[in-house]
Design a protein around this ligand. Sequence first.
Ligand code: F6R
Length: 244
Amino acid sequence: MRIFVAKDYHDMSLEAAKVVADEIAQKPGIVLGLATGETPLAMYRELIRWHREEGLDFSQVITFNLDEYIGLPPENINSYRYYMQHNFFRHINIKLKNTHLPNAMAVDVDEECREYERQIAGVGGIDLQVLGLGQNGHIGFNEPGVDFALSTHLVHLAAATIASNARFFAAESEVPRLAISLGIKSIMQAKKILLLASGSSKARAVYELVHGAVSNNTPATILKLHQDVQLVLDERVAMHISRV
Ligand code: F6R
């Protein structure tokens, strides 16, 4: 596990964008696994800037997002499809047909989960998976207690995650209780993983990830078993870890 500690959120985002851009330069048809949430927003802004100012080319890039809330249609401002369109996809030259999120409106959710896995396998798997980190150590919507053997699956969101994500909704009662998420098994199959974390509220989860044992109490600790993981952190989130 390689660890890069940046001064602040801005520098963390710059470093993460550099990693993604370098990978695209090496493989223009790269398959990216992408995350939503607050953490990657400035990384997306930086990639958009490099697209505009330096011609970073997304025309062959394929993306799969980690997760989507069940029941929120793409035009709902809280759906992750909406987030991706507005914060990233519509500002770059990616082809819409190359961007994938789980279909939150699927009638048969289990079949949708299997289909999502088939689509990922059909393009040769994820080359670079970008991850954020929940305060409770979740990655994607893989909450504490999750079965590490699961691939894409239906998730009942943890109370802590509902409370935390309520900041994006008018009221906590409006946060969907169900989601589809890539499972730990799917995340671990990515060839390379880039995890971003910033802010003191996630310092405990980062400490567990770096110094703790692998345990589904803190799902991110599974990444200790992956052969190619890079953590890009800011100083506040990294304050408890030793860097010798
Ligand atoms: C988002 C996702 C989540 C977030 C995590 C951190 O697609 O899968 O695991 O990465 O909840 O969210 P923020 O960045 O908002 O703190």
